[in-house]
Design a protein around this ligand. Structure first.
Ligand code: FES
Length: 109
């Protein structure tokens, strides 16, 4: 049986500048929240190649680039577009309620 996703508040929508990732911690999970191309995305903040924060990278074309070795991760799927990272990072459902950005980190993918 799959539990319904539980959404928790990540931040205010106005705290998210376009293409500027923000790191938050939700239920002990580090999450990189990005507002880009008119949408908000939430992706696990730890690069799948090594233990660094993706929120410190740059956003372009709906991808966040890891600052350390340059793999880019698709914000919609979590998949890396090229090496050295080979594994995807988890992505999480996002809901906007009023001025709040809500993210569910409980969903199994
Ligand atoms: S640590 Fe992210 S690509 Fe190497």
């Amino acid at each position: 049986m799959t539990a319904a996703p539980t959404f928790v508040r990540a931040c205010a929508l106005e705290e998210l500048a376009e293409d500027t990732p923000k790191r938050v911690e939700l239920d002990g999970t580090p999450v990189c929240v990005v507002r880009t191309e008119g949408e908000v995305f939430a992706i696990n903040d730890i690069c799948s190649h090594a233990n660094v924060s993706l929120a410190e990278g740059e956003v372009e074309d709906c991808q966040v680039e890891c600052w350390l070795h340059g793999s880019s991760f698709d914000l919609r799927t979590g998949k890396p577009s090229g090496p050295p990272a080979t594994r995807p990072v988890p992505v999480y459902p996002v809901k906007i309620e009023g001025d709040d950005v809500l993210v569910s980190v409980t969903q199994e993918s």
